[in-house]
Design a binder for this molecule. Sequence first.
Ligand code: NAD
Length: 280
Amino acid sequence: MIASSAGPARQLEDRICVVSGAAQGMGRSIALMMAERGARAVVVVDRVESAEVCDEIRDRGADALGVMCDLRDRESVRVAVDETVARFGGIDVLVNNAGVLERAFTNDVDFDTVPEALWDLVMDVNVKGAWLLSRFAAPHLRVSRRTPAIVNAASIAGRAAFSHAVYGVSKAALIQLTRSMALTLAPDVRVNCYCPGTVDTDMSASARSAGAVDSRVSAITETNLIPRLARPDEIAELACFLASPAASFITGAAYDVDGGAMAWRGHRRDPDAGGSSSRH
Ligand SMILES: NC(=O)c1ccc[n+]([C@@H]2O[C@H](COP(=O)([O-])OP(=O)(O)OC[C@H]3O[C@@H](n4cnc5c(N)ncnc54)[C@H](O)[C@@H]3O)[C@@H](O)[C@H]2O)c1
């Protein structure tokens, strides 16, 4: 194994990194940060076109490949991994970032109202898609000599119930899949996940604009100790750390990156209403 003591500036030196769902949002932020931090190549696996992000990756000094792939389609996932290996010779880091939220399709998001087809869609993308991509990538990660790692995008919705039943179930499953994969791939391939609170991306915007939840940012962030939405780059920092050799003794773990939302039981009053924090 090549271990590196390089600081964050080059923390992914020479790595071949695959990031699913990197055409936008947090995945894009992770892909660009990986390029800035020394990755040899960053592969964007997404169901939509990713030429623009690939140009941004190249601007940051890494090689780039965009692969159109629907994670619900086993064959398309297999081809994505094959194309990556054919082009770059291996895989050192996999980030299972792609995900969907049922609110983008319906306001019926409770367990007893969510349409069955949407239950399947969310589970297929968020859980089975991550499983398939990891499964096809695993033989290549196992033979990597550059501190291989898988990093999964879970959510605090996988830790505590909130108003999207199937999304929460899918993220809880991803936390457990992280542990299963860590067990199977130990000690050579580390597998971890991070659990964001609400992040400022299209996904959270679609939930807010759907109108079925209180769409004020202050209402969403009043359970945070740091009372704002997260920026995508704040999540990317953790993803890059977990993918890097600096996390060499961390595997099978789940990290909250949520502005303290899971650290207490209460909510802050809207500062505009002149109140202070309350605890229950
Ligand atoms: N935004 C948040 O507040 C938040 C909070 C916690 C966790 N997360 C998780 O972080 C990850 C990224 O979230 P985001 O907010 O950047 O989302 P986003 O909706 O902005 O981006 C998701 C990306 O995944 C891709 N994708 C969706 N379905 C796909 C499929 N079937 N095959 C391939 N690609 C597909 C989309 O094309 C898109 O590029 C997701 O797993 C999400 O569940 C988000």
